[in-house]
Each structure stands twice: as structure tokens, then as C-alpha cells.
Write a protein that binds this ligand. Structure first.
Ligand SMILES: [Zn+2]
Length: 105
């Protein structure tokens, strides 16, 4: 079953996180750099091998979202300050990122 859409998505610039919340769990802060490095687009992942081609070292440390938007009712689109804007973060992916972040806290 695909993940439900988050109940809230907020950019907390001072904390440097995108805060995502679902109705059944507390909000989780996803660090900008972490989210940017896990961009799922074809420019960041090799579509055939599934291998990540984006080198995190190439992403500016102070990368931040410029704008958020929605793609249909299934994904979050993020325009990044490094000019990257092709990533669509599905609810499934956001939930996976949230899981990784809450584990490392
Ligand atoms: Zn990408």
C-alpha cells in the first residue's frame, strides 16, 4: 500500500530541516542536505542500475529548498538552491527518509 500524504510539510530554515508529519506519528525533521543528497531523480540515480550517481560532496553544505510544490497527490517537488529541481519525493520516499532520520536521533 502506498504511503499516505503527510498531514503537514514545513520548511524550518533556522533549524535547516524540512519538517514532515503524518497523522499517526510525531513530526520528523529532515535535514536539507540529507534530503537533497537522496534526490530520486534520473540525474541523481542511474535508472538502470539503481546506483546513486550524485556525489554528496558535490552538493553545497548550505543547500536549501527555494520552493516546495506538489506533483499530483503523490509526491513533493522541491526546488533547491543549487538549481536542482527535477526530484519528486513520493510519500513513500519521505516516509523512508523520516524513518532513517528518527533512527539516527
Ligand atoms: Zn536529482
Amino acid at each position: 500500500m502506498p504511503a499516505a500524504p503527510p498531514t503537514s510539510i514545513r520548511v524550518l530554515r533556522e533549524a535547516g530541516v524540512i519538517e514532515v508529519a503524518w497523522s499517526d506519528s510525531p513530526p520528523v525533521g529532515l535535514p536539507f542536505h540529507f534530503v537533497r543528497c537522496l534526490c530520486p531523480c534520473a540525474g541523481c540515480i542511474d535508472e538502470i542500475s539503481g546506483e546513486r550517481t550524485l556525489n554528496p560532496a558535490d552538493v553545497p553544505h548550505d543547500v536549501a529548498p527555494v520552493k516546495l510544490g506538489f506533483s499530483g497527490n503523490y509526491a513533493l517537488k522541491i526546488w533547491w538552491s543549487d538549481g536542482h529541481d527535477t526530484g519528486l519525493y513520493t510519500w513513500d520516499l519521505l516516509q523512508e527518509l523520516a524513518r532513517q532520520c528518527s533512527k539516527s536521533n
